[in-house]
Structures are given as C-alpha cells and as structure tokens.
Design a protein around this ligand. Structure first.
Ligand SMILES: Cc1ncc(COP(=O)(O)O)c(C=O)c1O
Length: 471
C-alpha cells in the first residue's frame, strides 16, 4: 500500500469509529503532514481518496469536513433457490463471458482475475528465469505423479496457517483449482449423482458438474454466514446427495467467511449423513483479517474433506498451479489424475515453491489483502453513488468480488448485452445459478485498479441499470 492509501485508510477508520463526527472539520493538510511525517501532496492525495469515497467534503477556503453519513445499502437476504436436483444450464452464457478474454479493449469486471501488476510479484518472474537457466533438465522432464515434492512441502507449510497439519505426501498437485475439483469429483462421484452447492455458486464449478453429468442441488445461502445448515440437512434427508461443494472462506461470489461454529456444524452434518465435503479455498488466503480463517479441513478427523486450492487468485492464474488434499480418497485421486491428465508442468511448480520458501509469497499476499480491501471499499462507494436506490450489496470479508442485487425488474443479462457496445463486461447473476436464477444480480471484479476509466465504466453501468429500470 502506498503512503497516501495508508493515510486514507487510517483516516477512514477514524471516521468509521466516530473519532471524527459527521460535519466536523478535519485537521488541516499542513498539520496532518507534520503529524505523519509525509509530504503535503501525500495528504492531499489521501483527502482526494476520501472525497472520492464520499466520506469527506471540501469547503472552499475552510478545509475538509466529514460528510453526513449515508446509509449503507443492505446486504442481500438469504437466497431462495429451487431446492431440487437439476441439470446445470447457462453454458452459452459462460462461454460468452470466457470469449471476452480475447478482446483487450474490454474492461473485464465480469472475470475473476487478480491484479498481476504489483511489484511484490517481481521475485516470482526472477525465479522463473532462474529455473529455466539452472534447472532446465527438471523443467523439460516428466513430473512425478503427485507433483514436485518441494512444492508440496511448501503447500503443507501454507496449510498450517489455515489450521491444517498435513505432510507433502497428503497433497497432490493439479493444474489449478478447477482441475483439483475435477479430480475430487471424479474420485467420489459417478454420472447421474447429485452434489449440493451454495446458491449462488461460482459458475465454473457448476459447469464442471455439468461436464461430469452430475446434478446440482442449490442450497439457500446467507451472504454473511454461508450455506444454511438447516436447508442442507433437509435436502440430505430428501435426496441421495454424494457431497457438498463449499467455498467457506471469502466466498465467490458472496465474500462471506463462514463462522467457525458453522464450519464445525456442516462437518458434523456431513459425518452424520456420510457425505463428503469438497472444500474450495481459492480465496481463503485473501481474508481481510489476519491471521487467515481456518479451513473445514482443519477439523476433518476421518478424511472426508477433499480440500482444493491454487495460487490463481493469490499470485497469478497463468501459473496453473493448484493442489488437492483428498484425505481418504488419495489413492483414487492419484489414479484419476493419471487416467485423466498424466502429470503436470514442472517449471511453474519449481518457481512457485521457491517464491513461497523465500518469504515472497507471504509478503505479496499481505500487500494484496490491503490493496483489495481498499479497492472493495472504493468500488462499493462508486456503486452506491452511481447505481439506483433499492439495491443490496455484499460486504466481503476478503477476496475482491462484490455481489450486487438490483430490483427484481432489472434483467442484468439484457443490461450486460447493452454494455458490450461500451466494452464494459460484467457477470450477470444468472451464471451463478444452475437454473438461471439471479437475473437481477451481478458480480463485479474489484481487483481492477482504481483508474478514472474504471470509475467511468461503473458510471456507465449505473446509467444502463437506471435505463433498464425505467424501460
Ligand atoms: C471459487 C473458485 N473455484 C475455482 C476456480 C478455478 O480456479 P483455477 O483457475 O485455479 O483453476 C475459481 C476461479 O475463478 C474460483 O473462483
């Protein structure tokens, strides 16, 4: 975080805590610069950030004042999906979203890519060069079936932060979290089986179910606390469900972290009904609060949690480095991996292992947590400023995704088509439902930098939504 962002965050916190009250005059630029040992222009930049966030207002020749408090938009209510097993639809819509990746002129608010421009990633690029220069033989050779041991050792170390104590031998490398989830599902399920998912649920995971001929049953999910344990229990009593896919930490798309008691409750429900949990922790390391939240896997005593993750969101998607800790399904996962994929590419595994081992990963993730928190706050303010009244917005506890619910009459599928002409891409909510619900919702990627062009894009989005409301 830069100095001015740091100061802006500090002042925003003081306003939030009521240390500066609405209408109160803020310290002068000069006195803040002396107090914090920063330049006048740094303070001015911080005040500009707070002004953009509508937390303060300038008054000519008088200075800056705390803005009157605007009510925060409410968080969406618990979802109410159709609670029966269905075949996943929406593939054409997902394909349209994926196709947009080829057009560099598009502002990709609809995707889920992280910011890969930060200086804390430089050691990784250096490591990739070093690996090619000094370990070319390893880079060009077959990998071992479970993946490079030096990487699995580092992942075992990382997993300790989430409370899970495993050895390198308990972990299998996969080319991303999607591949890890594929192996997990292949190891447990047959075509025709039923798997429960949170609703809304990340569209890639649902298309994976469709690809494996597995039916999805969507379970009501609370945007603050996660899947409804009661609704899941009811579904388990009614249907022969094989397992449940959960993103309990910094959920995609809702951003919640499941409270610890709920993580334990869902695991004991899984034990009672003898089902598995497919735990997807891809955003878990990006929790705003430190230390990071624990994983469901950390409570797993009988190996029924198949834990999947990757460095896609924390480091970079192009590395294609992910992993699975499959518990009692280890042998099956290894066989499915051999049958479906063979082995992985060793080069990026070696570079990522060194990046973690030398402390660069933790430094980078620490920085990104702050960057994303600041960006989430700013995008939330822009949404509040440019979108119509009557919206609900999530308050993510980490990651960089924002979920917005609009009045029922707004069809975001139509709005997103209209936005294509303006080269602004968003993810309509219907992608996140097996049966195309949530057409009045959208997901925004707040990893995109806080540029004027991106602010303009949110403004255009707001106008398009206003137009849709009035149509
Ligand atoms: C929740 C979730 N799981 C899995 C994936 C797939 O991750 P990867 O790119 O590592 O395969 C994503 C990517 O967006 C995701 O958001």
């Amino acid at each position: 975080m830069t100095r001015y962002q740091h100061l802006a965050t500090l002042l925003a916190e003081r306003i939030e805590q009521g240390l500066y009250r609405p209408g109160e005059k803020l310290p002068s630029v000069r006195s803040l610069s002396q107090e914090h040992g920063v330049s006048i222009s740094t303070v001015q930049q911080s005040y500009q950030v707070l002004e953009n966030l509508q937390l303060i207002t300038p008054q000519p020749r008088s200075g800056y004042f705390v803005a009157p408090r605007k009510a925060q938009p409410p968080v969406p209510a618990m979802s109410r999906p159709v609670q029966r097993p269905v075949d996943v639809t929406q593939w054409d819509e997902v394909l349209t979203l994926l196709d947009a990746r080829t057009d560099k002129a598009i502002i990709p608010f609809g995707g889920g890519a992280p910011d890969i421009t930060q200086p804390t990633l430089k050691p990784l690029w250096r490591e990739m060069n070093r690996v090619i220069q000094h370990q070319l033989h390893d880079v060009l050779s077959y990998d071992t079936l479970p993946g490079r041991r030096e990487l699995r050792e580092q992942i075992a170390r990382l997993m300790l932060d989430g409370g899970t104590s495993l050895s390198a031998d308990d972990i299998v490398i996969a080319s991303g979290c999607h591949a890890a989830l594929t192996l997990a599902l292949l190891a447990v399920c047959q075509p025709g089986d039923i798997v429960a998912v949170e609703s809304p649920c990340y569209y890639g995971t649902m298309q994976l179910l469709r690809g494996l001929d597995i039916k999805a049953i969507e379970i009501p999910t609370d945007p603050n606390a996660g899947i409804s344990i009661e609704a899941l229990e009811l579904a388990l009593e009614q249907w022969p469900i094989k397992g449940v896919i959960l993103v309990p930490n910094c959920n995609n798309p809702l951003g919640f972290i499941m409270p610890e008691a709920r993580k334990k409750a869902v695991l004991s429900l899984a034990q009672r009904h003898d089902i598995v949990i497919f735990e997807d922790d891809i955003y878990g390391e990006l929790a705003t609060d430190y230390p990071r939240p624990s994983t469901i896997k950390s409570y797993d005593i009988d190996g029924r949690v198949l834990f999947c993750s990757s460095v896609t969101k924390t480091v970079a998607p192009g590395l294609r480095v992910g992993w699975i800790a499959p518990g009692r399904y280890l042998d099956r996962v290894l066989h499915k991996k051999y049958a479906a994929i063979g082995t992985n590419v060793p080069g990026t595994q070696l570079a990522v292992a060194a990046f973690i081992r030398d402390g660069h990963y933790h430094r980078h993730v620490r920085r990104m947590r702050q960057v994303y928190q600041h960006q989430l706050e700013t995008y939330t303010c822009w949404v509040r400023q440019y979108f119509p009244c009557g919206i609900c917005v999530t308050r993510p506890q980490g990651g960089y995704l924002l979920w917005v619910e609009l009045p029922e009459t707004v069809d975001m599928v139509c709005v997103s088509r209209a936005l294509c002409q303006l080269k602004v891409q968003i993810a309509p909510g219907s992608l996140f439902s097996a049966s195309g619900k949530y057409r009045n919702c959208l997901r925004l990627n707040c990893a995109l930098p806080l540029t004027e062009a991106n602010r303009e894009a949110i403004k255009h989005l707001g106008v398009a939504i206003h137009n849709a409301l009035e149509a």
